[in-house]
Design a protein around this ligand. Structure first.
Ligand code: B1M
Length: 207
């Protein structure tokens, strides 16, 4: 679908025009979303993973995708198109780095996962409370400092204390985070980049 091309090229006005004309031609909103916008974002995700595009291009493409989603949203709701699942996402307590977290949000949304963005400097209690409130499938924690990544262990423990550990998967990432660290704190998934995070999130939600 042409909107996929323009979405991956970050041309928001063109995407809006194409989504509107596709709707006028009677194309199903779900097809416009999946074969148009989401497939366009997947192209960007692959390129980002392979270092063929970088943060600015991802931000521009996400803006174009969201411009199309905003037009589609009422049609998707009335057509009963379900989101694939829900993730709460934030940067951990004491950490103000939000750029990577925002990329993870865009990529997850690009896979049709609803993201409740908690922002930065998020306490373990808030991660768990929000996960309970929105019956999340995944808690996603980001950290950029070696001094704050330890907060991720507190999120795992708080989820256990709240009795939701068996209901919610915990995915972690951020530059200093590693698979070994993930295993050592009992989190479920470590993902090295936003595109991989979105692939794993989709797998979790559709399992
Ligand atoms: Co700060 N900072 N910073 N900083 N900062 C780093 C991270 C640092 C590496 C710079 C350095 O010293 N070389 C260093 C950390 C050292 C360490 O502990 N490892 C550092 C420091 C020390 C600090 C301060 C302490 C500096 C000071 O004040 N003395 C301070 C801390 C403030 C705080 O957090 N409490 C500080 C502050 C800041 C700013 C707030 C000013 C700013 C952030 C602005 C913002 O985010 N709104 C900032 C920035 C920009 C950086 C650098 C330059 C860039 C970080 C970044 O955004 N990278 C950084 C140096 C560097 O990395 N070059 C540095 C781009 C981003 C896309 O990558 O976040 O890794 P990243 O995300 C990737 C993957 O990690 C992954 O997907 C993303 C894209 O593929 N990913 C996930 C991320 N989260 C994920 C979650 C997942 C899965 C994948 O699952 C849920």
């Amino acid at each position: 679908m042409k909107s996929a091309h323009f979405c991956s090229k970050g041309r928001a006005p063109k995407v809006k025009e194409l989504v509107t004309s596709a709707l006028e031609r009677g194309i199903e909103p779900k097809d416009i979303l999946e074969q148009g916008l989401l497939s366009g974002m997947s192209i960007i995700g692959e390129k980002f993973k392979n270092n063929e595009v970088f943060v600015p291009e991802v931000l521009i493409a996400a803006r174009a995708m969201n411009a199309g989603v905003e037009i589609l949203r009422p049609y998707l709701v009335s057509a009963g198109v379900e989101t694939k699942g829900t993730a709460v996402l934030g940067t951990v307590k004491g950490d103000l780095h939000g750029i990577g977290k925002n990329l993870v949000k865009m990529m997850l949304e690009g896979k049709g996962v609803k993201v409740v963005d908690l922002g930065v400097d998020v306490s373990p209690e808030t991660f768990v409370e929000k996960a309970q409130e929105c019956d999340a499938d995944i808690i996603c924690c980001s950290a950029l400092l070696t001094t704050t990544m330890v907060e991720m262990k507190n999120v795992v423990e708080k989820a256990e204390e709240a009795g939701i550990r068996d209901k919610v998967k915990i995915m972690i990432g951020g530059a200093p985070v590693t698979q070994n660290f993930c295993d050592s704190i009992g989190a479920d998934y470590y993902t090295p980049d936003a595109a991989t995070a979105s692939e794993v999130a989709l797998k979790i939600c559709t399992e």
